[in-house]
Design a protein around this ligand. Structure first.
Ligand code: NZQ
Ligand code: ZN
Length: 389
């Protein structure tokens, strides 16, 4: 049965080529002091930095920059951003980049007017914000995480070997996000493919849970089919605007809270992937790809009907004369072939994980209850060991 829920998403989106033109109107809604947050410099090479600075100047803003936000942003970098935002009395945080920059900006936004250490408060103790929140706006340059229209923020603490996500509420979601598929065209292919798998897995995490006949799962199947189609085109021709724009839009819908409505969700691939990331600092989407098949093959018998439906509806495998076991296994085989075809990393060794890390990665894996099988620690070790191959 579709459960009860409320639905509200406060992020205003501007989608399409030249949608950056809308930035000016948005900026005029906020005060003078803008914290311009970006990553390691890709926006300076591809011209996006210049586009943004021109518009900020036209709006007469006082701009302070926080640059060098790394993929998998760290607690240390977060403290630096909070300090800068406090000193400059920030009215708006403008995040220009991928999920890392956007997640980071949200974490800064809830910490500027707060005296606690941000890592301790939000990522160790999972407290909710109880201080004034600085608004965040986003200009997205990489499709994958859905951070542009959700409250998620993932921060890594290398000293503690932990990578933790906090899903904040409506008040922390970006006030606006600008999504120009052309801005993603300069992404290296490795990052594009990692983003594609991140999107796919966000849908899987919400699909592989529960057996009910609900609208969310039908939407998920459509999103997955569309994404597989677009990914094949984009891998052959990364400059194909239609494919890249479909990928970008699917990323937003894959994790903007819609497809989890009224149903349970899993998220164990993300818990495993994040723990791998805490040890290796590897690219998020690739950590998910590397643990996915061992995990799904392990839990398949416990959610057999759904895995058989996945084979039929997503991979278009005919059911005729097959048992659910056969059909479900063929679905996962088809998924594995597609993953290899688009060039994903299929094991954690390739991401830098070594045998002696397995116990630590297992300790860093949060165990959640929403999936088809509640795992214990020994099963986590088994899946991680399988993911080494
Ligand atoms: O730092 P720069 O120089 O900008 O380079 C970035 C970075 O090296 C580069 N890049 C981005 N746009 C580009 C570009 N290079 C050339 N041209 C462009 N247009 O790509 C690299 C990766 O960027 P990053 O932002 O790290 O990638 P992604 O968007 O995958 O974000 C990953 C982070 O988001 C978290 C992950 O755990 C990870 O920390 N997640 C956030 C979620 C959420 N908010 O809901 C959910 C996800 O499951 C995920 O956990
Ligand atoms: Zn993800």
């Amino acid at each position: 049965m579709l459960g009860n829920f409320s639905y509200h998403n406060p992020t205003k989106l501007y989608f399409g080529e030249n949608s950056i033109q809308n930035l000016k109107d948005e900026l005029l809604r906020y005060g003078k002091n803008v914290l311009f947050v970006y990553g390691g410099g890709s926006i300076k090479k591809n011209g996006i930095y210049d586009d943004i600075i021109t518009i900020l100047d036209q709006c007469g803003k006082n701009v302070t920059e926080v640059s060098g936000v790394m993929p998998n942003p760290t607690a240390e970098k977060l403290r630096e951003g909070v300090k800068t935002a406090k000193e400059h009395k920030t009215d708006l945080i403008l995040a220009v980049g991928g999920g890392s920059v956007c997640d980071y900006s949200k974490a800064v936004s809830v910490s500027v007017h707060c005296d606690d250490d941000p890592w301790e408060k939000y990522f160790a103790r999972f407290e909710e914000p109880d201080c004034e929140i600085v608004p965040v706006g986003c200009v997205l340059t990489m499709a994958g995480t859905g951070s542009e229209m959700n409250g998620g923020s993932v921060i890594t603490n290398h000293e503690q070997h932990l990578k933790i996500g906090h899903v904040f509420g409506d008040e922390v979601m970006p006030k606006f996000s600008i999504l120009d598929p052309k801005y993603t065209m300069t992404l290296p292919k490795y990052q594009m493919c990692a983003g594609i798998y991140d999107i796919f897995n966000h849908i899987c995490e919400q699909y592989f849970s529960g057996e009910d006949d609900n609208t969310s799962d039908y939407i998920s199947e459509g999103l997955m089919r569309g994404l597989i189609h677009a990914s094949r085109i984009a891998v052959n021709d990364p400059q194909d605007y239609e494919a890249r724009s479909n990928i970008m839009w699917t990323a937003t819908w894959a994790l903007n809270t819609l497809i989890s409505k009224g149903k349970s969700t899993d998220w164990m691939v993300h818990m495993l992937g994040q723990a791998v990331g805490a040890y290796t600092d590897a690219t998020h989407g690739m950590t998910l790809a590397a643990v996915s098949l061992p995990y799904y093959r392990y839990i398949m018998p416990y959610g057999l009907k759904k895995f058989a439906r996945f084979a039929k509806e997503v991979w278009c495998i005919p059911a005729d004369g097959k048992t659910d076991e056969q059909l479900a296994a063929q679905g996962l085989d088809a998924m594995g072939s597609w993953m290899k075809e688009i060039g994903l990393v299929m094991n954690i060794s390739e991401l830098g994980a070594t045998e002696d890390m397995i116990e630590g990665i297992a300790d860093a894996t949060l165990i959640l209850e929403g999936g088809y099988k509640l795992l214990d620690r020994s099963e986590i070790v088994k899946i991680l060991t399988e993911s080494m191959k």
